[in-house]
Unconditional design. Sequence first.
Length: 310
Amino acid sequence: MALDDAFEVIDKRFHRYAIHNAHIDHLWTGARWAEGPVYVPAGRFLLFSDIPNDRTLRYDETTGTVAVFDQPAWNANGHTLDLEGRMVACEHRGRAVTRIGHHGRREILADRFEGKRLNSPNDVVVHSDGAVWFTDPTYGIDSEYEGDAAESEIGASNVYRIDPSTGAVTAAITDMVRPNGLAFSPDGRILYVADTGISHVGRACPPDIRAYPMNADGSTPAGGYSTFATCTNGVFDGFRVDATGNIWTSAGDGVHCYADDGTLIGKIRLPEVVANVEFGGIKRNRLYICATTSLFAVYLNTRAATSAAG
Ligand code: MG
């Protein structure tokens, strides 16, 4: 049987990840800008954001239905789970990174850096040591559309780390224009970060994913970076790393898959601009795709990188 037409094989390495009788599931439409998906294995559901409509939605994998999980939702954007399986959210309007505790209440993990309010946290990942890493571009304060318009107090868009024992917030990466999606390599030794600063400074900021090597204990970047990939259609926004180190990233024409050597090996072409992806399903081998108004999914012959939460 032929591959679904949506799959585009660019490098033969991509063949092993595409399942020949799988197809793209168009699960739901109705968002204004779908973003921030996180799969919650214990509940078999996917939470995702509809940022301009200020709501968090829940796709129930057992019934196939989408319902409102939270509205208003602080114009939440990126989500992840921490090592205890608690949901961590980046809030544009809250200008904070928050967590829903086991008691069900919202707790603020970070809303300031050196006394100044954060811009509008965008995406978040948890290192295996428990530290929460997040990006803080200005998209949620640039206009009233995805948050409350405001001037940046910090005057820069950085990547921050929240220390797992002290809660202290440090600026870990300060040389980007608008850091956006981020993820660690499976061994935790590389932090990948997308820069979408082309939205503010044009081609002076190419739409790259950078690779920042980490120190041995994974708590700080070792210094310097390399350009991992430059987007060939639109920009890289959110992305995920699979168990073998491939990066599955959002792009203008669908999902792009990069091998860990930075080669674009294949695409999943979709009719809407993709903002973010997440591995879900019991085996974590189903890629959920937030694409502008719609939620798509496809089973792949790979799975999420192992983490304590998933
Ligand atoms: Mg983003």
